[in-house]
Design a protein around this ligand. Structure first.
Ligand code: TMP
Length: 204
């Protein structure tokens, strides 16, 4: 029997986190280990509706509305997470640390309110491990240019993304033992191997 951790993939746009989460899913499929996969914002049908609203290019919400919408989207996912918590492996593409990195470090929203509402939503649920995908400034620019469908957040400037990535790094420093940094500028196959090795440690 495998262990059932919550594993989160974090990183700024174009850092490769979604690629790695799909590699992990395929690995678990092959091993016939059951898991659930969620993305934020989004995940459940109701949460996907909120995702469309937040990331729509025509939306122009202020930073507090954005925060509340991201948290509303999380609130919809918590029902699913609670249902499978410690029963199945839960893989999440972005979670609480994205809110702290983007809304606090990127946009300047008070961190206390973010922690407060997250605690209210999560209660005793906690993340077991986080992979933080990092990308350098030049690659960020190139990767963003390559993305076909740019959403509202993709259009922020590189200065914003530097603040967000530095925010993620601050969180990683605080939670060293449950965080692994993945340098997305290195060979992608090498990173896949590193991640799968850690996944084995986490679940077996
Ligand atoms: P992505 O899922 O394609 O990475 O895009 C989601 C966008 O939402 C991305 O720009 C990061 C942003 N975001 C926040 O700003 N706060 C959050 O709490 C979450 C989950 C995402």
């Amino acid at each position: 029997m495998s262990k059932k951790p919550i594993i989160v993939f974090e990183g700024i746009e174009g850092s490769g986190k979604s690629h790695h989460i799909s590699v992990v899913s395929k690995y678990l499929d092959k091993k016939e280990i059951s898991y659930i996969k969620i993305r934020e914002p989004g995940g459940s049908p109701s949460s996907e509706k909120i995702r469309k609203l937040i990331l729509n290019n025509k939306s122009d919400f202020n930073k507090n509305t954005d925060l509340l919408l991201y948290l509303a989207s999380r609130s919809e996912n918590i029902t699913t997470i609670k249902k499978y918590y410690k029963k199945k492996i839960i893989l999440i593409d972005r979670f609480i640390d994205s809110t702290i990195a983007y809304q606090h470090f990127g946009m300047g929203v008070d961190i206390k309110i973010i922690y407060l509402i997250n605690r209210f939503l999560l209660k005793d649920i906690s993340v077991d491990f986080t992979f933080l995908n990092l990308v350098n400034k030049q690659n960020l620019y190139l990767r963003l240019k390559k993305r076909k469908k740019l959403n509202r957040y993709d259009k922020f400037n590189t200065n914003f993304y530097n603040k967000v990535q530095n925010g993620f790094l601050k969180l990683a420093k605080l939670k060293k033992k449950s965080y692994q940094l993945i340098n997305s500028n290195l060979d992608i196959k090498l990173n896949e191997k590193l991640i799968l090795k850690k996944i084995d440690e986490l679940i077996f």
